[in-house]
Design a protein around this ligand. Structure first.
Ligand code: ATP
Ligand code: MG
Length: 483
């Protein structure tokens, strides 16, 4: 049994937020034996596989956990922990009885094909599983389309292509119809690749599977190009996106610097989190100002964006602005009296802040300043989303896929995989959908950006807009410390 350092058994089954000894919390993932206690287990065939023949310790100890935060541990482990990902000594499926399926939902992101490929190859090469189905076109594909047979040969080259080999869609999640279909087709492992909406759907599927008492493992692989998924360190495709964004920023810079009063604006992904804009700005060094949803900005007056652009044009003759798509939404909707429009999955459609800002700056300079400026607006979103993943994301996707496969074979269900504090872990699905990962203005990373671009912090405004006075002080202190 799972034991804490004090050697007290940890009741490891299923419930979240379980304080064990003082200050130790294991946020555990469900296991099939929670609701099917008499399930037989088998020795993990990995021991006999070529791949693991010389690995010193083939299996992850059932006691291994990953700490969410590094904490001093004098009296024993403290803080929130998750189960460490990896192969277990016992598996709950016989290889020739596994019928797995893979589905991809939501928007595109570099690396989806690598995850698909590595789930197929992982199941086949590590566990000898041969029956793997592709569900085409997102959740609705379960009940409206035929399946596709996936073998290592079929998926051999797909990681070199962008997009998703299995195609995708929004909307169409019908839990009952999906689980009926899982049951009818005799599927017992479900791998679900997708963003926050998809993971919410995966949790509902898991709950229905549990209610019906089916021996089905449901594994989620979180996908979000914005890096806005809570708990995990980083999402796949993010590195690739930041890298590809450099090309757009570079183009904006070349355009801006080649003319008089050149202004280049690049809009990057980031509905609620500015990580791509922040990282792309820090990497590039060509960016004069970065605007993200977490940091409210203003245009007019002292310390405003117009003043900053005027100064940079005077000093350098050109200026480059990077903004995240979710930045400044509060202004645009206010000014345009916009009505809420939603996509098929119920997500609010954002207004184009890039077009809005382009017009605002143009108006300001031609009408108020009476100077001609040369404006270039670049929106590389779809070009970035569509490329194949880079080397580091490919490695990362491979780890995610293999962790998911080990977890499902070991009988875990209703879990998501991802690195927590740089160690791969199994996380209860609900835990990654209840909050969102955002750029913390009070962390040093934002201070580093402000120090790197020397852009206005817009803090006077922020203070008036409900930004806590203490936070503003922390940000100012961080900035001083970084400088
Ligand atoms: P991204 O936002 O990165 O594009 P996503 O997974 O959030 O990815 P969505 O279009 O929101 O993309 O959702 C994908 C799928 O998940 C859709 O089929 C949608 O019906 C389903 N879904 C979304 N939200 C929920 C929910 N709350 N419950 C059940 N299913 C959901
Ligand atoms: Mg989403």
């Amino acid at each position: 049994p799972f034991r804490s350092r004090q050697n007290q058994p940890i009741r490891s089954q299923s419930s979240n937020h379980q304080p064990v000894n003082d200050g130790f919390v294991l946020e555990d993932v469900p296991h099939l034996t929670n609701f099917l206690p008499n399930l037989p287990s088998y020795p993990n065939p990995l021991k006999q596989s070529q791949a693991y023949a010389v690995v010193k310790q083939t299996f992850v100890s059932p006691d291994d956990v990953v700490a969410q935060k590094v904490v001093v541990q004098r009296e024993g482990p403290r803080g929130v922990h998750f189960r460490r990902a990896g192969p277990r000594e016992k598996v709950y499926f016989k290889s020739d009885e596994v019928r797995a399926c893979i589905v991809t939902c939501g928007g595109l992101c570099p690396g989806i094909n690598t995850v698909i490929r590595e789930i197929v190859c992982g199941l086949n090469y590590m566990y000898g599983v041969e029956d793997i189905l592709g569900i085409e076109g997102g959740y609705r594909g379960f009940y409206s389309k035929n399946t596709l047979r996936l073998t290592p040969k079929v998926v051999n080259d797909i990681h070199k292509r962008g997009g998703t080999f299995l195609r995708t869609s929004r909307g169409g999640h019908d839990t009952n119809k999906i689980v009926d279909n899982i049951q009818d087709r005799g599927i017992n492992q479900v791998y679900i690749i997708g963003g926050d909406g998809t993971q919410r759907g995966a949790d509902l599927i898991y709950k229905e599977v549990e209610k019906r008492g089916l021996q089905v493992a449901v594994a989620g692989i979180p996908k979000t190009i914005d890096n806005d998924i809570a708990v995990i360190d980083k999402s796949f495709g993010f590195d690739t996106a930041v890298e590809e964004a450099q090309r757009a920023i570079n183009a904006a810079h070349v355009e801006a610097e080649s003319v008089d009063n050149g202004v280049g604006i690049v809009k990057l992904m980031g509905r609620y989190s500015g990580f791509i804009a922040l990282n792309a700005t820090l990497a590039s060094r060509d960016v004069d100002c970065c605007l993200i949803p977490e940091s409210p900005f203003y245009l007019e007056g002292r310390g405003g964006l117009f003043e900053f652009v005027e100064e940079r044009l005077k000093e350098n003759g050109h200026v480059v602005i990077v903004l995240a798509e979710g930045a400044g939404q509060e202004y645009i909707s206010g000014e345009m009296n916009a009505v809420d429009v939603k996509d098929a999955s119920g997500n609010k459609l954002l207004l184009d802040v890039g077009l809005w800002l382009t017009q605002k700056i143009k108006d300001h300079f031609t009408k108020v300043q009476k100077t001609a400026i040369n404006m270039k607006y670049i929106d590389p979103t779809y070009m970035i989303r569509a490329i194949p993943s880079n080397a580091s994301d490919n490695i990362y996707c491979t780890l995610l896929a293999q962790s998911a496969v080990h977890g499902a074979m070991a009988g875990f269900s209703g879990f998501t995989v991802g690195p927590v504090n740089s160690r791969h872990a199994y996380i209860p699905i609900a835990r990654v959908t209840e909050t969102q990962n955002t750029v913390k203005l009070t962390d040093r990373m934002w201070a580093r950006l402000l120090a790197s671009t020397n852009q206005p912090s817009f803090l006077e405004y922020s203070e008036g807009q409900g930004q806590a006075k203490e936070d503003v002080d922390v940000i100012n202190n961080n900035m001083r410390a970084t400088l």
